[in-house]
Design a protein around this ligand. Structure first.
Ligand SMILES: Cc1cc2nc3c(=O)[nH]c(=O)nc-3n(C[C@H](O)[C@H](O)[C@H](O)COP(=O)(O)OP(=O)(O)OC[C@H]3O[C@@H](n4cnc5c(N)ncnc54)[C@H](O)[C@@H]3O)c2cc1C
Length: 435
């Protein structure tokens, strides 16, 4: 990094963070010829604590970015298997015009490197081991004109002295720095405490269930025989990775009383030790360690545009409160941000450019605002154990209702010409106030 020249540190757009959101933004910008610097503090391949589940929304984005999903390593699945209240219900992904009828699982160790290299191949200048410290502001206008960054090693430790920090300049910065949201926080954009937040833990286990063609979701976690032991807080998942392992984890919402008052790793072990022995979810089959991280949901940080900076993915709190998915919204918001910035850069004057950039926040509200508000109400309801018990007991045996719930929770509908459930979900999202 210290060998770059000032010219090399100048670009049309700087993207901070090369996770799914940043890689998507950089890819879409670079493919149309924009000069993009993609700054990433780690070095690929690197892990990110995640469930590794890609629903049809995320798959659609990958197809749109030109990936060959028939290539080895992309583990396809048919839909969701829901387990709870003595039921096991398999719900295929819906047949829609707007989304493919399959999901996927790919480890973040692989996925994130593939995405970042794809952006690089499209022309983005990916610079790893570059940790952004803060935005650089124009003192007169208060606008962001670039970022200050420090070189780090593979473990994130500073290389050299503080005087070695470098300034990178661009008229527009896309903050894709994940849940830490360093850029947004530096600009005073605090977390909105009245928005849902989740914490989730996951581990990989060697298991014969590694190629299960269904993504499995557990609505109840027991530490012994169901109904005759303790009901643990949270919701679990088992996602076969297809490489001999499965990604197994659980998440808890801040609408639950247990949030932040329990040992999440202990709960994971207590749940898994009661799953069938032959599945292999025991410590001796664990690959790596149990990891945990936060899920910022339902637009928990706003505004999504301010002073030359656009927030994408987790930095703008774009995890779906219904189901904890964030990769698809990271990829989508990256694309929306890229197209907005391209239009802005083409405007001849500063006022016109600003008008276009401000449209980004409006575009996000239009795309997800109402839906995330519904998700917030849902997150509140399922935080109530009595509601959840009744919903599981009476909802799961009703297949038509569960098909509707799958569409609602995974945000999978056709905007035009869909069936009744599509129209109901789209209608509700339209009338709900933006999150
Ligand atoms: C346990 C768990 C399970 C989950 N399971 C799923 C799932 O199955 N499916 C799903 O869709 N979503 C899931 N999510 C959510 C998903 O992981 C996130 O929504 C998604 O990673 C968001 O992508 P992003 O690009 O916005 O942020 P990130 O993936 O966090 O990427 C941010 C990038 O920015 C870099 N960065 C950060 N700070 C700096 C800095 N200062 N300078 C330079 N670079 C920086 C980071 O190193 C990283 O590469 C899960 C989350 C958790 C915690």
């Amino acid at each position: 990094m210290s060998r770059t020249t000032a010219d090399e540190r100048q670009a049309d757009v700087i993207v901070v963070g090369a996770g799914p959101a940043g890689a998507s933004a950089a890819y879409h910008l670079a493919s149309t010829g924009a000069d993009v610097l993609l700054l990433e503090k780690s070095a690929f391949p690197r892990d990110k604590i995640c469930g590794d589940g890609l629903t049809p929304r995320a798959v659609k984005q990958l197809i749109g970015m030109g990936f060959d999903l028939d290539a080895p390593g992309w583990q396809r699945n048919l839909g969701l298997r829901i387990v709870g209240a003595g039921h096991r219900l398999e719900l295929p992904w819906p047949e829609l015009a707007s989304y493919p009828p399959y999901g996927m699982v790919r480890t973040r160790m692989d996925l994130d490197e593939i995405l970042a290299r794809h952006a690089e191949k499209a022309g983005a200048r990916l610079q790893e081991r570059t940790s952004v410290i803060a935005p650089v502001l124009d003192e007169r206008t208060g606008r962001v004109t670039g970022v200050r960054a420090k070189p780090v090693d593979d473990r994130g430790r500073r290389v050299g002295a503080a005087g070695d920090d470098l300034v990178y300049r661009a008229p527009v910065v896309i903050a894709a720095d994940g849940v830490s949201a360093r850029i947004a926080v530096s600009l005073g954009l605090e977390r909105r405490d009245n928005r849902p937040m989740g914490v989730a833990v996951r581990a990989y286990y060697e298991t014969p269930r590694h190629d299960d063609p269904w993504m499995e979701s557990w609505l109840e976690l027991w530490d012994g025989p169901p109904g005759r032991s303790n009901l643990l807080p949270g919701y679990g998942w088992i996602f076969g990775v297809g490489d001999g392992t499965a990604n197994v984890g659980l998440g808890i919402l801040n609408t639950s009383k247990a949030f932040q008052h329990v040992d999440y790793k202990d709960i994971l072990r207590r749940w898994l030790v009661n799953t069938p022995e032959e599945w292999g979810f025991r410590d001796e089959n664990m690959v790596g360690k149990i990891g945990s991280a936060a899920l910022p949901m339902g637009f928990n940080r706003k505004p999504h545009y301010t002073r030359g900076v656009l927030l994408v993915g987790d930095s703008g709190g774009m995890v779906n409160p219904f189901n904890g998915e964030g990769i698809d919204y990271a990829l989508e918001s990256g694309e929306i941000a890229a197209h907005t910035v391209l239009q802005a850069l083409a405007r001849p004057d500063a006022a016109g450019r600003e008008r276009v950039l401000e449209g980004y926040a409006e575009a996000l509200d239009a795309a997800y605002g109402g839906y995330f508000t519904l998700g917030r109400v849902f997150a509140k309801m399922i935080g109530n154990p009595t509601f959840m018990k009744q919903a599981t007991r009476y909802g799961l045996p009703r297949e038509a209702l569960m098909k509707f719930m799958l569409k609602l929770m995974a945000n999978l509908t056709d905007p035009r010409g869909g069936d009744v459930s599509d129209r109901v979900i789209n209608g509700l999202s339209r009338v709900a106030p933006a999150a």
